[in-house]
Design a protein around this ligand. Structure first.
Ligand code: K7E
Ligand code: CUA
Length: 662
């Protein structure tokens, strides 16, 4: 695993550099560029592979990355926006956790509303565990408009608008306290799927573990997306009750399999863990939940399911419609197929023909055929599981198995008919060829590449659309060990960029990017030119909550302090380099509504606003308006100021907030 240092510069490398210099068109001074570059390479001990990697990733100042990766931020609760191939962090989007730079969750009423909507009952939650980002799709391709992401810890989903890269919605699942297999969008983003994970009684209820098989349930929730509103439509959404297996990652069918949803599961053993009162007759989860040879791939007829929900064949659980397991079975909405050894992940091939599943404890990927699944369903005569769900026979639905290595987890696809599977135990990425319509030499391992270390998900460019780009793959590694300076005992994660452009067994490692802020799980990578975000908000007085002008937003000439009894309204504008008004004088105990508008129309002219001692902190981007509301319970003199170094006289962009004691 040690890297090769070459102190003596090779002739081959010198030639490579000369060729590159020639290719750049600077033919008049080829040798000058080559010699100076060669000297740097020699001094730094760079190999030819290092030079190639540098040439493929170095992004000169002012050049925009070709791809944008949206990575979950794991227990940071956020989403990371990363340019590719430079692997530069561009933004961390505040989602389930307050984020101070964006003034996210520090008084802005829009954010207060978001966090309130995401509360679990009375408990306001200020963090999440983001796992699976899902870009909105049109016709099975990313359209660059919205991003969804789940919070595994608390069973929530969020909607992010990619016009301003801000979180617009957080929904707490009313039935399930946790989730995992979300979010996944259907090919036209009609539905956003939130799959479950650890079975519990419905609606966060109580039931003893002795009643696991009768009272605990699995769950998948279908969130209807209203694209015109830019929100998931709570009132048009519903859930599906499932047996208390631990549903895991899901994927939506596409093209030939459009209209179907696939989720893997584990713990069909229904282990309830080690019972300290009865250690002789119980097992820890790691043994109990992987004791059997098979778990069940969940095959859900989405079209039939939405029709059943629309027909009102649901019950209300915590005020939310749910299709009961009995109805699921009666209406033929769900089928199971055996999956080998503790599966994790199901990924649908670009054409939708095959479902790829990996068993964590099986060295193969198992490939199911949608056509065979349909034939098996049509043939009927099934066995069932203990709850009565039809169980398709493994041999009837499997197309192929490919031995890829130890600890296979997730699979992505490229434009050359290859699939890529992460191997957690081997710390490798396996490249293997798809058969059927993809490659003549199908269903065989092509080659592997080392990654560092303990890879979870991987992501290829547009890799889970109907038309993957190939070109790049990012390995999302859990451990980084010897890759970076280690900042104390908590090590960063390691994103490794890999060149997958050349067909055949070889892939080239290009770049290591430390992630020092949470543990990303999945990522999606979109062509940058599909995104069309605002440079400034379209009009001054723009409310990002409604994505329209707020007619009551303060504007030049309407500033001031208005008193109505104990209620004080402050209308304030911000522009380089002053607040209007600069003095706000009120009384202790007043209820304050403070409206602010950044009246700038210049790109990047953001102003911040903080009131010390009140935990208030806003970021007002050009044109943006925001409102804060609070009780002035602390008397004294508070110095509000702009937190963005916006101009030469930025330090003068300040004011006094006087709260006179009663
Ligand atoms: Cu494998 Cu949450 Cu998709 Cu982590 S999950 S790796
Ligand atoms: Cu506005 Cu500093």
């Amino acid at each position: 695993m040690g890297r090769v240092h070459r102190s003596i510069f090779s002739a081959a490398l010198f030639t490579a550099l000369a060729l590159v210099a020639g290719a750049c068109g600077s033919s008049s001074d080829d040798s000058v560029i080559s010699e100076s570059s060669a000297a740097i390479a020699t001094e730094r001990g760079l190999s030819e592979a290092d030079i190639n990697a540098a040439l493929k990733t170095y992004t000169p100042s002012g050049q925009i990355d070709e791809y944008i990766m949206f990575a979950s931020g794991g227990h940071s609760g956020q989403v990371f926006v990363i340019g590719m191939p430079s692997m530069r962090l561009i933004k961390e989007i505040g989602v389930f956790t307050p984020e101070p730079w964006q003034g996210y969750g520090y008084g802005d009423e829009n954010h207060e509303d978001l966090f309130a909507a995401g509360a679990a009952g009375d408990e306001e939650l200020t963090w999440g565990d983001t796992h699976h980002p899902a870009l909105s799709e049109t016709g099975g391709d990313y359209d660059g408009e919205y991003l969804f992401i789940n919070d595994k810890a608390n069973g929530r989903v969020a909607t992010i608008d990619l016009r301003d890269f801000e979180t617009k919605q957080i929904i707490k699942n009313p039935i399930s306290i946790n989730d995992h297999g979300g979010t996944f969008a259907t090919p036209d983003t009609e539905w956003v799927i939130e799959g479950g994970q650890y079975a519990t009684p419905l609606a966060w209820d109580y039931a003893p573990l002795d009643d696991y098989e009768t009272d605990y349930r699995g769950m998948i929730t279908f969130w209807k997306f209203d694209r015109a509103a830019g929100r998931l439509d709570y009132d048009a959404s519903f859930a599906m009750e499932l047996p208390p297996y631990w549903q895991d990652v899901c994927d939506a069918g596409k093209l030939v399999s459009e209209g179907w949803i696939f989720c893997n599961s584990f713990n069909v053993e229904m282990s309830t863990g080690m019972d300290p009162a009865d250690p002789e007759n119980s097992e820890p989860f790691e043994a109990g939940a992987s004791a059997g040879e098979n778990d069940y791939l969940h095959i859900i007829n989405l079209e039939a399911t939405t029709a059943v929900a629309a027909a009102g064949k649901t019950v209300e659980v915590n005020g939310f419609p749910m299709i009961t397991l009995d109805t699921v079975i009666e209406e033929n909405l769900l089928y199971f197929a055996p999956e080998p050894k503790s599966p994790h992940g199901v990924d649908i091939t670009p054409g939708g023909e095959y479902m790829v599943v990996s068993g964590k404890l099986d060295p193969h990927v198992t490939i199911y055929s949608f056509e065979k699944i349909q034939k098996a369903i049509a043939a009927g005569g099934f066995e069932t599981d203990q709850y009565g769900v039809p169980l398709l026979a493994f041999d009837d639905v499997v197309e192929a198995q490919v031995e890829v290595g130890l600890g296979p987890l997730h699979t992505q696809f490229d434009d050359q008919g290859y699939a890529y599977t992460s191997l957690f135990l081997d710390s490798d990425v396996a490249r293997w060829s798809l058969g059927g319509p993809y490659r003549e030499d199908g269903w065989k391992l092509e080659g592997t590449i080392d990654v560092h270390y303990n890879i979870g998900h991987l992501a290829t460019a547009e890799g889970d659309t109907v038309s993957p780009d190939g070109k790049y793959l990012v390995a999302l590694n859990k451990w980084s060990l010897d890759r970076f300076f280690h900042p104390g005992p908590l090590y960063p994660q390691n994103f490794q960029l890999i060149d997958i452009d050349e067909p055949g067994p070889e892939m080239q490692l290009l770049y290591d990017m430390p992630i020092g802020n949470g543990e990303p799980h999945y990522a999606q990578i979109i062509k940058a030119d599909k995104l069309n975000p605002y440079t400034v908000y379209p009009e001054v007085g723009w409310d990002p909550g409604t994505m329209s002008v707020d007619p009551d937003a303060p504007q030049v000439g309407t500033e001031g302090v208005i008193r109505d009894g104990d209620n004080v309204t402050v209308n304030m504008t911000l522009v380089r380099s002053h607040f209007t008004p600069e003095r706000v004088e009120i009384f202790e105990g007043d209820h304050v509504t403070w409206n602010l508008t950044n009246i700038e129309t210049s790109e990047d002219a953001t102003h911040g606003f903080t009131i010390p001692g009140y935990n208030i902190n806003l970021s007002l981007e050009p044109g943006e308006t925001a409102t804060i509301e609070f009780d002035a319970d602390n008397s004294g003199v508070f110095t509000f100021y702009c937190t963005e170094f916006c101009s030469a006289l930025h330090l003068e962009m300040a004011g006094y907030f006087l709260v006179e004691p009663k």
